[in-house]
Each structure stands twice: as C-alpha cells, then as structure tokens.
Design a protein. Sequence first.
Length: 341
Amino acid sequence: MAPTRTSTDHLIPLVLVLITGAALWFAHAQSWDLGVRSPILSYESAQVAIAARELAWHGNLATPYALPIDLASHAHPPWPLSAVQPGMVLAEALILKLVPARGITAGSDPRAWLTLVLPFVCYLAFGAFTVLAARYVLARHAPDAPRWVRVGAPAALGLAAILDAQAQHFALSGVGELPATVLLLLALLGLALGGGTQLPLTLGILLGVSELFRANALLLAPVFALAVAWSAPAGRRLRCGALVLAGWALPLAPWWIYKWRAFGSPAWDVAWFALWDHVQELPARCRQLISVIAFADRPDYALIAESLGMPVGSIGPTRGRCLAKLRDILARDPHWEGQLS
C-alpha cells in the first residue's frame, strides 16, 4: 500500500528529529574528542562505572571508592552506595556481563563506550516523545490545521528538545538524568491517555523505576496518585490512587531496605551533608537559627527567641532572609543538585 500524505506528515518530523539527534550527539562527542583526549567517563559517571564493575565482577552492590563521610560508618571496602542511585549501576553492570572483555586491555576499557548506549537512546527518545506529544495535541485540538503546521510544529519542538545543551550534556555523560526523564515522560503520557485508571500499578512502577535513576519522584508520586484518583470513576478512586503508590514503592523497596541496612535510614541522602557544609558559610545568627529550627519537630518560637535573644516577631522574617542567603550560596555551587524549601 502506498504511503498517504497523512502517514508522511507523521513520519517527516520524527525521522528529522531522530537523524538530527544522532548527528548532534556524534558532533558533540567529536568536539569533546571523547574517548581520546577527553575521557568517556566524567567524575559522576565514573562513580557509577566503578560501582557497576564491583557489581559485575564481585556481585556486590557497593563501591571501592569511598567519600570521607563513608569512613565514619564503614571502615573497610567495599563501601555502600552513598553518592549514586542504583539505576545506572544496574544497567552498566548488565552491559559488562553481556559484553565481556576481550583479553587484557591497556588503558581505558573499550566497553566504556557502551555505558553511553542508554543515555543516547533516551536522548533520541526525548526528542521523539516531544514530536509525538505535539502531534497528539494538534490532532486532538487542531485537526484542521494547515499541513505546514502539522509537520512544522512537531519538528520545531522536537528539534528544540534535542538542541537543549543540558540534554546533549547528559546524553554524553553516562548519568541517570535522561533515563529518569524519559520514564517520567512515559508516565505522563500514560496519565494523559487515561492509562492511569486502567493500569495504575504500571504507572506507579514507571515512577518508581525513574527514581532508581534519579531521586526526584518522592513528591511526584503523591501528585500522580491524586491525579489518577481524580480522573478515575467514583467507585475506583481510592483503589487507583493506592495502586499508583504501591507500584511506585515496589521497585524502590529493595533500595530503601539497602539504605536502611547500610546507613540506618531509608531516607538517608549524602546531599544533606553538603547542605550543612554550606550552612557553615552563613553568618553566626543564621547558623544558630537554622540549626535550632531544623532539628525541632515543632519549634517553639518563644523559646527560640529567648535562647537567641531575638524578638519573637523577627524569627520568621530572619529565617526567610537566612534561607534566601543559603539558596544563593547553593546556586553558586556547581555540584549542588538538591532542592531547598
């Protein structure tokens, strides 16, 4: 059967974005001289690669690379994973198992290139999802749009996605941002198409797996659960919302147990230590106030005001100014990726 104009309209922007994305990725790698003068693995992706080799070669979900904070609770290697999420570690360990080394390699392992397969595929998928989402919106809300709009708008949005400098950087870094983003986009797509009410457990599992690559779904899971519950029929709202949360927790439960056994808490996060390092850069009054408020479940402002020699009414505004200063300090730290509320 000969292709119709409609099918061509669907394919042109998708093919254009995929080919352009692959060309941009290759050009970006060449500009870095990746694998020659520039190493394939960055600092963060090297931590993932070291942990992946420990898992593939010795069967330990751990790392021979320790942060100074790890030495306080674990004296001997291998140390538990404190600085990376397990998603990329598991993916790269699987690659190392499926593609064994050929003989003894001098210098860098050629399989390091394979660690970029997943970010590369997710980079192209990011652009493709943008095209498909634009096509869906046009078909639903502007079915009579001119052909140049039906073809040009998805292509323009898809090209904008793959031209994003941050997306190109993550595609060549071997870290978990792009896999996490693509999984979240799949979850959003499922929610938009009504899949949340039909397959709420699957939607939750997508959210959980995305958090294995990047710890960013802690607040998103309740939001998705509420959205699914709101869109579900009246008699199934509670059940659908609960299934989303159950699916989200399912892939994360082993990771939470791992952190609880290794660090004493499933919510343990090494980023908090970096945060408190920056707190020490604040003025003395701010350090005292933030320290007192942070470790009190329900801070008594009258007691705090008395102990710090401050008027009760000034604690709230002073707290706001101190947090604003802390945000400015964190914004200047290129390694800080957390959030401060």
